[in-house]
Design a protein around this ligand. Structure first.
Ligand code: ZN
Length: 146
């Protein structure tokens, strides 16, 4: 059976095919509300992967800051983590901005915030993405043809 849907992220119309199993038929309305187009699906998957890597680095920052007594090379370790996080932030910004089809907006403060509050990594990444999405709402919600 075929059913038309709109991507839950960008609103692009699409069509899905499914096996008409009775139990599934009852769920179809709910299911149609949560599916997205390939472009948005791929983007959100990649975004999660980059965010997971930023998260892993932030966990090391937390551990490094906790070690007592403070190791002699703590500053060196933190500086290297900052570089890694900063590179991942650029990757994250490029991914989001490419998806929104805007010029990459990467604020170095993004990495500073993460170094400062590594425990807030998911909130900080979410704020960055939501800020741009809100700012470029029209581009984001415009159905894309690729
Ligand atoms: Zn979409």
């Amino acid at each position: 059976m075929k059913h038309s849907y709109h991507c839950k992220f960008c609103g692009k119309p699409g069509e899905v095919e499914y096996e008409p199993v009775q139990e599934f038929k009852l769920q179809i309305k709910k299911w149609l509300e949560i599916i997205c187009c390939d472009r948005c699906g791929k983007f959100h998957e990649e975004k999660r992967l980059v965010q997971d890597r930023i998260f892993a680095n932030c966990m090391v920052v937390i551990q490094t800051k906790k070690v007592q007594p403070r190791p002699k090379n703590a500053d060196q370790i933190l500086a290297s983590l900052r570089t890694r996080i900063s590179n991942r932030c650029i990757e994250f910004a490029e991914l989001v901005c490419n998806h929104l089809k805007i010029q990459t907006v990467n604020d170095p403060a993004f990495a500073d915030m993460l170094m400062d509050r590594p425990d807030m990594v998911n909130i900080i990444c979410g704020k960055y993405f939501n800020g741009l999405r809100r700012q470029f709402r029209r581009e984001y919600q415009k159905p894309h043809n690729d």
